[in-house]
Ligand binder design. Structure first.
Ligand SMILES: *Cc1c(COP(=O)(O)O)cnc(C)c1O
Length: 388
């Protein structure tokens, strides 16, 4: 009897997609189609003024003098490392709790990835852990601004100065984020961005960008993305073809105008999630006593590329949400130190306990500027029902 009454008064759960690109497209349809049409009319599909204009505007948005468009975020990491002349015989320290490209780009330039554990609060590379693995062959550190929050760049800058190592930011998830007022992309020697369709600044396909404050590095990245040519058909170095497609640049130019407002909305939605989780009495300090909300370092301006909680019985919760047509995702279920293809690095289970635990507990919930408040509330309500 009681149960029936309760069922009737409970709000109905809404289906909530993890991402829905069609909502943004509906808002920008005319501008984007006009930008694509303009490229078609010009018949200039490789580099040209559209790419140069996007690069100039993106550089401005990141507060740096130089931005170099390229084919993907993965290529941007490779170009940044190669432009810094990191290669065989060198080692670069990075995090095991990231997307695969963070480590594969280091391998691609012929250098050795050395992994160090993360901070449990921010999920970002721990500067203290990096110090413990700094061998003589380490020439670079690659912090990842995971989920849209900058890593502790004060610590990495200090470390770089003390040890004479380069800092490459993996800013693939952090366009528009900042650390103590300085934008991601201008916090190290060079940075890599991804404009993969799920990222907070997203192309209609693959695209990426290197940013830097250093003119020499910028020149090298620009040369390397086009077969090591400074002058047509004169190849100073062995580069590659990793140009930013002109059609993608045209799309990105339209979307770049909206990214700041989008990031602001993401922050508001994150605040609303925090509020609703707290009001529902679901929050704990650790997963032993509830859902752990994302921690924002007061020095960071987080852009919430992802809103990620730590959840008790994470996999069962995810199944429950899926059964109610509520999207969620695990970034990332297996740390890089334990990936099949990276076994040769010699790491084993237990080497990075903080990262390994995060891989078991994290759950990303739907967050995008067009997410409706009723949908967000439905996500929290579904999670409340799971734990009730
Ligand atoms: C997306 C992503 C990349 C790779 O970007 P692509 O554009 O997909 O090649 C690299 N690092 C991180 C942290 C990412 O999230």
């Amino acid at each position: 009897m009681m149960e029936m009454i309760e069922t009737e008064t409970r709000p109905k759960l809404l289906a909530v997609p993890m991402l829905d690109f069609s909502r943004e497209f509906a808002e920008i349809r005319e501008d984007v189609l006009a930008a694509i049409a303009a490229v078609c009319e010009s018949q200039r599909f490789i580099l040209g003024p559209d790419v140069a204009r996007f690069e100039a505007e993106a550089a401005k948005a990141c507060g740096v003098p130089f931005a170099i468009g390229c084919a993907s975020g993965t290529d941007a990491l490779w170009l940044a490392l190669a432009a810094l002349k990191i290669g065989p015989g060198d080692a670069v320290v990075t995090t095991p709790f990231s997307f695969f490209a963070t480590v594969s780009s280091i391998l691609r330039v012929g250098a050795k990835p050395v992994l160090a554990d993360i901070d449990a609060g921010t999920f970002n590379l721990s500067a203290g852990a990096v110090e413990e693995v700094l061998g003589a062959d380490v020439v670079g550190v690659m912090p990842v601004h995971l989920y849209g929050q900058c890593a502790d760049m004060n610590a990495f800058t200090a470390l770089a100065e003390a040890r004479g190592v380069k800092v490459v930011e993996d800013a693939a998830q952090a366009f528009g984020a900042s650390w103590e007022g300085v934008k991601a992309g201008g916090l190290g020697d060079a940075a890599a961005f991804s404009f993969y369709p799920t990222k907070n600044l997203a192309a209609f396909g693959d695209a990426g960008m290197v940013s830097t404050r250093d003119e020499v590095i910028a020149e090298r990245a620009k040369m390397l993305r086009q077969h090591g040519m400074r002058r047509r058909y004169f190849h100073d170095e062995v580069g590659w073809n990793s140009r930013l497609d002109t059609l993608q640049a045209a799309v990105l130019e339209v979307k770049l105008r909206r990214v700041e407002a989008g990031n602001k909305r993401r922050r508001e939605l994150a605040g609303l999630y925090n509020e609703r989780f707290t009001a529902a009495g679901l929050v704990g300090k650790t997963t032993a006593d509830g859902v752990v909300l994302p921690f924002t370092d007061p020095r960071a301006e987080h852009v919430f590329h992802q809103y990620v909680i730590r959840a008790p019985r994470r996999d069962a919760l995810r199944e429950f949400l899926t059964a109610h047509s509520i999207g969620s995702e695990v970034y990332y279920p297996l740390v890089l130190s334990l990936q099949e293809s990276l076994k040769f690095l010699g790491y084993k289970k237990g080497d990075f306990p903080v990262s390994e635990r995060a891989a078991e507990e994290v759950l990303a919930l739907p967050i995008y500027p067009e997410l409706r408040v009723e949908e967000l509330e439905s996500v929290v309500e579904a999670i409340r029902r799971f734990y009730a």
